[in-house]
Design a protein around this ligand. Structure first.
Ligand code: PRP
Length: 208
C-alpha cells in the first residue's frame, strides 16, 4: 500500500481531483469525516490528512511515501526528501507586504516582521543584510501590521484580496511560482519504485 500525506485546507480538494485524474481511487476523500487516516476503497492507497506544515515531516520519516505540499512549506521546513514534480496547483507568491503609504517601513533598522514562515523570513532578510525581529504567528497574519503588532508581514499572497481588504499591499515579491509539489520519501522511491514511478509518470502527463 502506498501512503500519501495530504495537506488539509486550500490544497485538499485540488490534490484529490488531480490524484483521481491519475487513476487513484480518491472516493474516500469525498466523504465528510473527522477521520485522519483514510484507506482507498480498492485497498491500494492510504491517505493521512495533516496540516500543510506537517506533510514534509511525515514524508521525511517514511510514514508517508508521498506527499502533496506547497513550495512555501518546503522552503520553510527544509526536510530531507525528494521534490519530484511541480503539480502547478494553488499558485501564489511569497511577499513582503505592509501599509502602502509606509514604504519607509522597509528601511526601518528595527523591523518587526510577522509571519508563519519564521525560518524563510530570517533567511530572506539576512540575505539582504537586515536584522529583523520575527513575530511568529499561525494565521491571520495581515492583522499584525493593522494592529501595530508588526511593521510588515512576510506571507503568501494568492488573489491579494486579504491584503486589499485590510488596507495592505505587496511591497516586494520575494518568491514567485509557489505551487504545490509532489514530494517522495527517499527510501520509498527505491523500495516501492514499481508503484511510485508509474504514478509519477501519470501525474507528469496530466499536469503537462
Ligand atoms: C493565507 C495567507 C493570507 C491569505 C492570502 O492564509 O496567510 O492570509 O491566505 O490569500 P489571498 O491573497 O487569496 O487573500 P489562509 O487563508 O491560508 O489562512 P490563515 O490566515 O489561517 O493562515
Amino acid at each position: 500500500m502506498i501512503h500519501f500525506a495530504l495537506s488539509k485546507g486550500r490544497l485538499a480538494k485540488e490534490s484529490a481531483v488531480l490524484l483521481k485524474s491519475c487513476g487513484v481511487d480518491t472516493s474516500v476523500l469525498e466523504q465528510d469525516t473527522r477521520e485522519l487516516v483514510l484507506k482507498s476503497r480498492d485497498g491500494k492507497y492510504g491517505f493521512f490528512l495533516v496540516k500543510p506544515s506537517d506533510v514534509p515531516t511525515y514524508v521525511e520519516a517514511g510514514v508517508a511515501d508521498l506527499g502533496i505540499v506547497g513550495k512555501d512549506t518546503l522552503l520553510e521546513e527544509e526536510k530531507d526528501l525528494y521534490e519530484m514534480l511541480d503539480l502547478r496547483l494553488g499558485e501564489c507568491k511569497l511577499c513582503i507586504a505592509g501599509d502602502p503609504t509606509r514604504k519607509d517601513a522597509l528601511t526601518n533598522p528595527h523591523l518587526r516582521v510577522a509571519t508563519k514562515y519564521v525560518n524563510t523570513a530570517k533567511r530572506v532578510f539576512a540575505e539582504r543584510g537586515e536584522e529583523i525581529e520575527v513575530i511568529a504567528l499561525h494565521g491571520s497574519i495581515e492583522l499584525a501590521p493593522v494592529t501595530g503588532l508588526a511593521d510588515l508581514i512576510f506571507d503568501v499572497v494568492q488573489t491579494g484580496s486579504t491584503l486589499k481588504a485590510n488596507g495592505l499591499a505587496v511591497l516586494e515579491e520575494v518568491y514567485t511560482g509557489i505551487t504545490a509539489r509532489l514530494v517522495v520519501n527517499k527510501v520509498s522511491l527505491k523500495t516501492q519504485a514499481a508503484e511510485i514511478l508509474p504514478l509519477i509518470d501519470k501525474l507528469r502527463e496530466v499536469v503537462g
